[in-house]
Ligand binder design. Structure first.
Ligand SMILES: O=C(O)c1cc(=O)[nH]c(=O)n1[C@@H]1O[C@H](COP(=O)(O)O)[C@@H](O)[C@H]1O
Length: 224
């Protein structure tokens, strides 16, 4: 079975990214490249990481007017990422145009509520109610706009999946039991996230900051 773990390669240093990917490639299902990596290394960096033969999740969290996002998605076609993120808060037209602009082999998934936010952070940006209410609302929007799935925390994934059974559910903010949270506020264990319906587990620092990243990835895999 292919591992549901995508390792978040969050570094601007291409050589370090290649070294990490080389160490963990047999115990993860894919590589997640985000803003930090892409801003530093661009298309060239992604092409280099594609050489590991694993699916690439390009996590750029696009969020702008529909025309700008659609053009950005078109500019990424050549990279053929397996998964690409946009922010659900960009609204229906932006989501529809992003999906229409993506290649057929790319899953476009909408970030709902960042896992670094709690209910009090949501209140600060004018979102009343609980994170799970906002996730449910944005998941409905993403589904009706024709997207492939959403990004949410393990605390909401069961609710979202109940309403969208064939959706693709990306769950970051995943921590082995007792692991350091860092800036994550809505975290669950890898096992909990899978049991609740995650399609993909995004795991960064618990693997990449470990003394032995390969061992860390194996240990997490063994809990699944
Ligand atoms: O879209 C994401 O992947 C994402 C969404 C979200 O709500 N929270 C979140 O942490 N992420 C990403 O998931 C990764 C989590 O990294 P760690 O906290 O180190 O495991 C980072 O690369 C984040 O950019």
């Amino acid at each position: 079975m292919t591992s549901p773990i995508y390792v978040a390669i969050d570094t601007p240093d291409l050589a370090k990214a290649q070294s990490l990917a080389g160490q963990v490639k047999h115990h993860v299902g894919g590589l997640k490249l985000g803003l930090e990596f892409f801003c530093a290394n661009g298309h060239h960096g992604v092409h280099e990481m594609m050489k590991f033969g694993l699916p690439i999740f390009l996590d750029l969290k696009l969020h702008d007017i529909p025309n700008t996002v659609a053009k950005a998605v078109q500019a990424l076609h050549v990279l053929e990422p397996a998964v690409l993120t946009v922010h659900a808060a960009g609204g229906r037209a932006m989501l529809e145009d992003a999906k229409a602009a993506a290649g057929i082999n790319t899953k476009v998934v909408a970030v709902t509520v960042l896992t670094s936010l709690d209910n009090s952070d949501l209140a600060d940006i004018g979102v009343g109610g609980k994170a799970e209410d906002q996730v449910r609302r944005l998941a409905d929007l993403a589904q009706s706009a024709g997207l492939d799935g959403i990004v949410c925390s393990g605390e909401e994934v069961a609710i979202a999946k109940a309403a969208w059974n064939d959706g693709y559910f990306v769950v970051p903010g995943v921590r082995p039991a007792g692991g350091a949270l860092g800036d994550q506020k809505r975290a669950v264990t890898p096992r909990q996230a899978l049991d609740r319906g995650a399609s993909m587990l995004v795991i960064g620092r618990p693997i990449t900051q470990a003394e032995n990243p390969d061992m860390a990835a194996r240990e997490i895999e063994a809990t699944l």
